[in-house]
Design a protein. Structure first.
Length: 233
């Protein structure tokens, strides 16, 4: 009969902790009808979180005042966008409000490999495609609702960045976007910006903890099982 060790050696515990903290990144999706506040919340989340990078989409939409190519979006012509689709450079893409939008694949895959989380501001079609992609295990998704339709329109007008016709088009599409709320892991009402931001931070923290724990601990639990067996023999 062999003497069973009283517990796993400290070095095994330290290694298990290290592995539990090593994880693949999360694809953190924020969707909402246009104007509900996801870009505002995204900016706040990214401002002080070094583990988070933003997926900068490609789009055929014209830049708004103050938007910079390569910061808010990669602004592309229709021909350039189609070439990206053709070359398989986009993880997902969709037509939204008459323009094309898509997620460049390479930066997302690099971030995930490095264990960094990626924030996506995409419409429901983008969310759906990411949930159905090979990366589905990495997805956590949040849908943001406005407190009312009147407030949604007020916000789009207060943003003062789109002409009336564009605002009317976005309001007309809001009902359809909202109809997909139930496909998301979490659904929040953005009636109070600070509170909504805090709720999203809590969701993100919980998702990080959940994903960190399991794969990294498999080897450690196997070690505990071996210890049980040694005690029996
Ligand atoms: N809780 C809130 N209360 C009042 N105003 C808000 C709130 N959240 C966001 N806003 C304002 O609403 C406007 C629209 O927000 P934002 O641009 O973030 O929306 P969005 O969902 O990203 O829209 P889009 O899909 O068109 O990019 C902004 O002027 C923003 O400052
Ligand atoms: N499916 C995708 N949707 C995207 C992507 N990037 C942005 N969007 C969505 O488009 C609308 C409009 O955005 P705006 O900046 O013109 O107001 C909004 O719902 C975004 O979430 C993308 O890469 N794929």
């Amino acid at each position: 009969m062999t003497d069973a060790p009283a517990s796993a050696p400290a070095s095994d515990v330290a290694e298990a902790r290290r592995q539990a903290e090593t994880r693949r990144g999360i694809l953190f999706i924020l969707s909402s009808p246009s104007g509900a506040g996801k870009s505002t919340i995204s900016r706040r989340l990214l401002a002080d979180d070094p583990e988070f990078s933003f997926s900068i989409s490609a789009t055929t939409r014209a830049p708004r005042p103050g938007e910079v190519d390569g910061r808010e979006y990669h602004f592309r012509t229709r021909e350039q966008f189609e070439a990206m689709v053709e070359a398989g450079e986009l993880l997902e893409h969709a037509e939204v409000f008459g323009n094309f939008y898509g997620t460049p694949r390479a930066p997302v895959e690099a971030a995930l490999e490095a264990g960094r989380d990626v924030l996506f501001d995409v419409d429901w079609q983008g969310g759906q495609q990411l949930r159905n992609s090979a990366l589905r295990e990495a997805v956590a998704s949040v849908f943001i609702l406005p407190p009312s339709i009147a407030e949604l329109e007020r916000r789009l007008r207060a943003r003062a960045q789109d002409p009336d016709a564009v605002i009317a088009h976005r309001m007309a599409r809001a009902r359809d976007e909202i109809s997909h709320w139930d496909a998301y892991d979490y659904v929040l009402i953005n009636d109070d910006l600070d509170r909504c931001e805090q709720e999203i931070r809590r969701i993100l923290a919980a998702e990080r903890l959940r994903r960190a724990r399991r794969p990294g601990l498999v080897g450690f639990v196997q070690g505990l099982n071996r210890e049980f067996q040694d005690r029996r023999s």
